[in-house]
Write a new protein. Sequence first.
Length: 217
Amino acid sequence: MTNAIMSMAELRNQLAAKLQDQKSSLPPPTSSRIKAVAKEGFKLPDETFVEELEGIVVDVRYINALYLKPFKRGEIETPPCWCVSADANNMAPDEACNKPKEGPCSTCPMNEFGSRGGGKACKNTIRLAIVPPDATDRTVPFMLDLAPTSTTSFLKAVRALKVPMPCVVMKFRLDDKVEYPKVITDILSPAPDSIAPYLLGLIDAAQVPISRGYNFD
């Protein structure tokens, strides 16, 4: 019997199919969260990174969370008052808050500029439920939380829409002019016709994860 000499290129080709089988047999990610990471891009639930993210936003939640201490990396603070709402103009403390403030968020002094330095003590973020343009009825919607520095770009894009939000593909990218993960939102194209049969089901599938508390994790 003679031993054939195999190059690494030939070996890679032979193992390519096996590698794909190994990946398809992995357990699904335990989270559906996408996280924007400065200078790196978007960290997907499977721990891989992409520089830009293209997807269809099937639903939105507006989140207010009161933080009493200045932000310090590595420290986790539980906000005593927070809210998750589908309507940015109708927000009030959640029943699960430890120490809710009185009245709606719109009249709360902690939700006004100047309540912490030049900003707000109450952090206003937006959570997006996103699916890829080629999504099917088996697709799990991803969740992307936009920090206060990223919400202006998203809201500007939404206000410019002439059709419902799930009818377009959006592109998300990081602003490379700043050191923190500021997300820029652009309208890319109409959503493909192929997603139409699944869209209402995808919106339903997003309702539980998108409505979780102030901190998705």
